[in-house]
Design a protein around this ligand. Structure first.
Ligand SMILES: [Zn+2]
Length: 350
């Protein structure tokens, strides 16, 4: 086996930034699926969409007696309009699992049914401390305490409805991306767009080097992961391994960091398949790729969605480390590169 794959960091990061700039709350992720499909087009994968809207790309392997799949998701946390309030502002309902305080003060875009967009921001209903004093700091952030203020002239329910806004419209929170010279990338929704970028980076490196996967590999780009059923369907019936590529949880007590390829051996759904855990660890060791083995305490994945749906495969999970996940997230290009390298090792090894 030759040396560890060299990954084009700039191209991978540019792909990631474009994807981060494509709003895709769960339920309205089609634009991000399209973006990924366009980026994969030069790779000549055989591509199709599932009825549910996931992107499926088939990559021919040297063999197909034990086919594999990768999955990562482009859908992100977001919100929907729950009620149009008397003051013309919007009560939202969360899409995905996050705490309101993590998006308090964030800008956002609302998408109407007719395709129009309206800008605004998410605020506490008692946002001004000049008006509400200590309550602004003390109020519990729950569904009733938060509202979307629209950057439009409206102070009534009727005026907001006249803008074409209705219950059920999607809201995407701004990614607020910053990629600095030290290699850190700060943005919302690195979960799981960073992992999609790792797949892009690994595939591109292998294609540039003329390396084919050892086995036929299905790449599954999921659009409903944040609500739990993304990759429950969409795979060919003959796959035997599913490698989930999703963010690693970084924080106190965690082994994962923003610089390594992180291998998750257990999360809230229980242990990943022991053969996959061992194989991934051995591949990282053999290739000299910096890696961490970790357990995520409050975490589920699309690999488990497939298991629960009846998928008879060995499931594993790797990903780049993301600090402050489901909040204002951050990772580092080192983690992206090392995860892409481990992916390439996995794909090309028999
Ligand atoms: Zn995720």
């Amino acid at each position: 086996m030759s040396a560890v794959m060299s990954i084009d960091t700039k191209t991978m990061t540019d792909f990631l930034i474009g994807l981060l700039n494509t709003p895709s709350p769960t339920g309205l992720a089609e634009k991000a699926v399209e973006y990924t499909e366009r980026a994969f087009a030069p790779f000549l994968f055989k591509m199709r969409r599932t009825v549910k809207g996931a992107l499926i790309a088939e990559w021919e392997g040297k063999a197909s007696d034990a086919p594999r799949a990768l999955t990562a998701h482009v859908d992100t946390l977001g919100a929907m309009v729950k009620e149009i309030k008397e003051n013309g502002r919007l009560k939202l309902t969360k899409v995905g699992g996050f705490a309101w305080n993590t998006v308090e003060g964030e800008g956002g875009t609302l998408f109407t049914a007719s395709g129009k967009t309206v800008r605004g921001s998410l605020l506490l209903v008692k946002a001004s401390s000049h008006v509400f004093g200590a309550e602004t700091g003390e109020m519990k952030r729950d569904d009733d305490a938060m509202e979307m203020r629209l950057d439009e002239r409206t102070t009534s329910e009727a005026e907001t409805r006249a803008l074409g806004i209705e219950v059920g419209d999607f809201v995407a929170f701004d990614p607020r991306i910053e990629a600095g010279p030290a290699g850190f990338i700060r943005s919302r929704h690195l979960d799981d767009k960073a992992a999609v970028a790792c797949i892009f980076g690994a595939a591109r490196a292998m294609l540039d080097a003329g390396i084919q996967p050892a086995q036929r590999t299905t790449i599954h780009i999921s659009n409903y992961e944040e609500v739990g059923h993304g990759a429950a369907s969409g795979f060919p019936p003959d796959i035997v391994e599913l490698l989930t590529v999703d963010m690693a949880a970084v924080g106190k007590g965690q082994a994962s960091d923003e610089f390594s390829a992180c291998i998750c051996v257990k999360d809230s759904g229980g242990p990943y398949h022991v053969d996959m855990n061992r194989k991934l660890t051995q591949l990282a060791q053999a290739a000299g790729i910096p890696y961490k083995v970790d357990i995520y305490p409050y975490y589920g994945s699309d690999g488990e969605a497939f298991w629960r749906a009846g998928g008879d495969v060995r499931v594993g999970l790797i990903g780049p480390g993301v600090d402050a996940s489901h909040n204002y997230e951050r990772t580092h290009t080192d983690s992206l590169v090392h995860t892409a390298q481990l992916l390439a090792e996995y794909l090309r090894t028999e």
